[in-house]
Design a protein around this ligand. Structure first.
Ligand SMILES: Cc1cc2nc3c(=O)[nH]c(=O)nc-3n(C[C@H](O)[C@H](O)[C@H](O)COP(=O)(O)OP(=O)(O)OC[C@H]3O[C@@H](n4cnc5c(N)ncnc54)[C@H](O)[C@@H]3O)c2cc1C
Ligand code: SF4
Ligand code: SF4
Ligand code: SF4
Length: 505
């Protein structure tokens, strides 16, 4: 008799597929040793019952970006980056960029930085191919993941398509069918995570992605529900729509007209897996790229790994892209941070709601409570706490947030005593014209999460969750107005990752 409990597909089906969390990345198909799976849009079809021939196979569930497996070890790919941003993850540097070539720039979504980097990578032989997602032959608003061997093929895939693409399966094809070993891959955050999982799993197709470019992502549309919706509400057939642009609204273009769908309505039509997703900026990619609102034709570039930074710098030196300093663009920075935090909050709220109804919800990184209980807060806290005076103006605070790692600060009075905490949420709620006048002390939250030395990282996590905040202050027991240190959620994740990496050695 077959022991179906050891067949990963059973878990994948129960947790991911039946609950509708699949976002069509193609990792399960790409890694299946017996070609039992076929991914189309956001669905996985089982072509054969692998349990007839196998007693044990753990693969497809573990590499799925929505399963709990291998998360911390995958995040280890970026963990040596010197900056730990609370909102956008580990990074070395962030900046604004666009393609140098004006003609190429016009074809891209946001200045064609992605296409310019890929073109440079192919021409300089840094890569021998790139996995991109160009327009599907039958329906151009849908993507078709494919292997690009020439700059022309890269250029023809420029632009964004807001439906799932089987990027990891195209990566497999680059490794196996095209026999390539230096591959660039462009994908959404979940596709980037699936590639990292394949690497840490030690799968035979792993380790060939030289640079992973992750795109910022609000979600992909659930294919069939999206097309049913636009037909019912706007009278548009799937094949009528020739283009989709994302700005303040979602703009659907047909040969005859343009239809504007409010963004809130569009977000309702994304996959369920996107609604619980908390990663906006592709936190495990080598380089993350997304729109630099409000600037047209410019993108934000986040350099996370050394490989990503070295590659980007050589493209910059050779004139493939031009850059601008993000520190001088507080509006761009504010938009990015708010979008990242909104996605994280919405994802966690949705996951909490679903948890009541289902026995599985994906990606809750900070669940390793047992490990956290073994770590003391004083061992992981940052001791040089950056504080802000209560007399600081909100405009000064936002400018400071644009150049520093943290998006929340303890506020102190003239006697160096704690009066509260101020975060980007309170600061951005102040109307723009009032930011020069209002002081930080006027908007600081007095209700602060605190711990004392001797308490554990789990205590810190519990207290953060109670107040729905991202940080806890460690206070001096002899004088609770004085701050000894600070621990953020990012510090907790870092500690967990360190433990996961050490125990894997
Ligand atoms: C589904 C999706 C959602 C996005 N959501 C946001 C958002 O909310 N906010 C934001 O700032 N930016 C978002 N982006 C990123 C943004 O649209 C641009 O891709 C990014 O700014 C890079 O622009 P560019 O001009 O440099 O890229 P280009 O030079 O135009 O290259 C774009 C690349 O994206 C790839 N691509 C296109 N569609 C897909 C797809 N479905 N899956 C995987 N790869 C694809 C293509 O292969 C191409 O290489 C999203 C992108 C996608 C694909
Ligand atoms: S053989 Fe394929 S479908 Fe079956 S459990 Fe393994 S990876 Fe999944
Ligand atoms: S998200 Fe990717 S790995 Fe997970 S079930 Fe869907 S296609 Fe397979
Ligand atoms: S929102 Fe998350 S799950 Fe959905 S496509 Fe984007 S990265 Fe993947």
């Amino acid at each position: 008799m077959q022991n179906n409990r050891l067949i990963a597909y059973n878990i994948l089906k129960k947790n991911i597929l039946t609950n509708g969390f699949c976002t069509g990345c193609g990792a399960c198909q790409a890694t299946c040793p017996v070609n039992a799976l076929r991914v189309k849009d956001d669905h996985v079809k089982r072509l054969q019952d692998c349990s007839q021939n196998l007693d044990l196979c753990p693969i497809c569930n573990e590499v799925c970006p929505h399963s709990q497996a291998l998360l911390l070890r995958s995040a280890g790919a970026v963990a040596d980056a010197p900056i730990r941003s609370e909102a956008v993850g580990y990074l070395r540097k962030s900046l604004l960029a666009q393609a140098s070539d004006l003609k190429a720039r016009k074809k891209g979504s946001d200045g064609a930085v992605v296409s310019a980097l890929l073109t440079f990578g192919l021409e300089s032989k840094t890569f021998d191919c790139a996995v991109v997602s160009g327009a599907d032959d039958k329906n151009p608003i849908k993507p078709k993941a494919q292997v690009a061997l020439t700059p022309q093929e890269v250029a023809s895939a420029a632009g964004s398509r807001y439906f799932p693409a089987s990027v990891v399966e195209a990566y497999r094809s680059a490794v196996i069918e095209y026999a390539k070993g230096k591959i660039a891959v462009v994908g959404t955050p979940c596709q980037a995570l699936a590639l990292r999982k394949i690497d840490v799993w030690g799968h035979k197709i792993g380790g060939k992605a030289k640079v992973i470019i992750g795109l910022f992502c609000f979600g992909t549309f659930a294919t069939n529900p999206f097309f049913r919706h636009i037909e019912k509400k706007y009278g548009l057939l799937a094949n009528d729509v020739t283009g989709i642009q994302l700005s303040h609204d979602l703009v659907l273009t047909t040969k005859q007209c343009k239809v504007e769908m409010p963004l809130a309505e569009a977000k309702m039509l994304t996959n369920i897996g996107c609604k619980t997703c908390i990663d906006f900026t592709a936190e495990v990619a080598d380089i993350s790229i997304g729109r630099a609102y409000p600037h047209k034709d410019w993108a934000i570039v986040i350099l996370r790994t050394k490989a990503g930074e070295d590659f980007f710098n050589s493209a910059l030196q050779r004139g493939a892209v031009v850059t601008r300093n993000i520190e001088k663009e507080p509006e761009v920075f504010e938009h990015l941070i708010v979008a990242a935090l909104q996605k994280r909050t919405a994802g966690l709220v949705k996951a909490s709601k679903l948890e009541k109804k289902r026995d599985f919800v994906p990606v809750r990184l900070l669940r390793e409570t047992k490990t956290l209980a073994d770590i003391k807060v004083e061992d992981i806290m940052t001791r040089e706490v950056v504080t802000v005076p209560s007399s600081m103006r909100v405009s000064e605070l936002l400018a400071m947030m644009a150049t520093k790692t943290y998006i929340g600060y303890p506020v102190i009075n003239e006697d160096n005593e704690l009066v509260g905490v101020v975060t980007i949420e309170e600061a951005t709620r102040v109307a723009k014209e009032m930011r020069q006048k209002i002081q930080v002390g006027d908007i600081a939250r007095p209700n602060v999460s605190v711990c004392y030395p001797g308490e554990t990282a789990f205590d810190a996590f519990r207290k953060m969750s109670q107040l729905e905040t991202g940080r806890v202050l460690i206070l001096n027991p002899a004088n609770p107005q004085k701050i000894m240190g600070i621990v953020t959620k990012r510090d907790l994740m870092h500690a967990l990752m360190k433990q996961a990496t050490e125990s894997a050695l």
